[in-house]
Ligand binder design. Structure first.
Ligand SMILES: *[C@@H]1O[C@H](CO)[C@@H](O)[C@H](O)[C@H]1NC(C)=O
Ligand SMILES: *[C@@H]1O[C@H](CO)[C@@H](O)[C@H](O)[C@H]1NC(C)=O
Ligand SMILES: *[C@@H]1O[C@H](CO)[C@@H](O)[C@H](O)[C@H]1NC(C)=O
Length: 307
């Protein structure tokens, strides 16, 4: 009795692959260094992974991914008035010279946000000067440029306006990044606003997630987001902020693509183009995950960038 029930169920499932898995060449990885589990890096570049690109908030590729099939996108994370020389520009030029296909770079991580939430906290004029010196020259080499990635706060729009005013025509990005931590409706509306404000740029959603929700709400957000990103032609790339174990997540355990044991969660597997794993993410006992955004994890990545 049991066996005869199981067989039809399995064959029915195999008739519905498109409903159960989706793949998309738009998907990339926000690389966050794994705290004590370097082998976790292999998951993103496995033969079954559908991911095509990554960034790590840094100029240089991540050593463990340097031979991977994932395209590396360099980022100039921050800027200050004390900066001398053009280390970012020099590093990217050297990569191109050595034969690396650098098609895109990203400029400035959350310049309108403070270091407490992982932002680079750059004044718009300082950012404009650094852009003109270190990023704009890459355009002549055929590299496409990602505008400063402001937070999802309305202040981000003001910061961008100030930035472009200071640039006075000298900053010409091709891509407008979006960061979002909140519900799907809020994100879609924020993306609509960015598209309307910058109609000549493609959108990359370079950090997104719905922090501190129950598993079903988190998965529904994930499903709605990927369906939307895959459908809208001018959203050309996206990278989910969840490339870490649930036990170290600072955006709540359910967001994570890996369980506390380093196994793919449903979201992790779906994002890589696979089927549900039914592995349930758990937080670390005693770890307090107050939503401070992406703060702890990204601040760590940012500091590491500056070393
Ligand atoms: C370089 O990478 C871009 C983006 O992934 C791709 O479209 C292009 O074909 C690549 N060019 C070469 C020469 O591999
Ligand atoms: C898509 O982007 C192009 C510029 O890259 C723009 O001309 C076009 O209006 C955009 N389409 C929509 C639907 O926003
Ligand atoms: C999300 O999509 C998967 C299929 O990819 C489906 O199995 C699951 O039920 C969906 N979850 C929600 C909450 O919509």
């Amino acid at each position: 009795m049991r066996q005869s029930l199981v067989l039809p169920a399995v064959s029915l499932l195999s008739l519905l692959p498109t409903a159960l898995t989706t793949t998309s060449a738009k998907r990339g990885l926000v690389y966050v260094p794994p705290e004590n589990h370097p082998d976790d890096d292999n998951i993103w570049d496995s033969s079954t992974s559908d991911l095509t690109w990554y960034y790590n908030y840094n100029y240089a590729a991540t050593p463990s991914l340097s031979k991977s099939k994932l395209e590396f996108v360099p980022m100039l994370w921050g800027a200050s008035t004390a900066d001398t020389g053009t280390p970012f520009l020099d590093a990217v030029k050297a990569q191109i010279k050595s034969g690396t296909n650098v098609s895109y770079v990203l400029g400035f991580n959350e310049p309108d946000g403070t270091s407490a939430t992982g932002g680079s906290g750059i004044a718009a004029d300082v950012a404009a000067n650094a852009w003109i010196k270190q990023i704009e020259p890459l355009k002549k080499l055929g590299v496409k440029l990602g505008a400063p990635a402001t937070t999802g706060s309305p202040d981000g729009f003001t910061w961008l306006q100030d930035f472009f005013n200071f640039c006075d025509g000298g900053c010409n990005p091709d891509i407008m990044p979006v960061h979002w931590y909140g519900n799907f409706e809020g994100m879609a509306s924020h993306i609509g606003q960015k598209m309307a404000a910058y109609p000549n740029m493609k959108i990359w959603v370079t950090e997104y997630g719905y922090p501190n929700q129950d598993l079903e709400t988190t998965q529904l957000f994930y499903n709605q987001s990927s369906e939307y990103f895959d459908r809208v032609a001018n959203i050309t790339r996206y990278s989910y902020f969840g490339g870490f174990r649930s036990s170290v997540s600072n955006v709540g355990p359910n967001v994570a693509m890996l369980t506390q044991d380093g196994k793919l969660t449903d979201i992790g597997s779906w994002y890589l183009g696979g089927a549900a794993t039914h592995n349930k993410p758990k937080g670390a006992a005693g770890r307090v995950t107050i939503f401070a955004g992406w703060s702890v994890v990204v601040a760590a990545a940012g500091l590491w960038t500056l070393l």
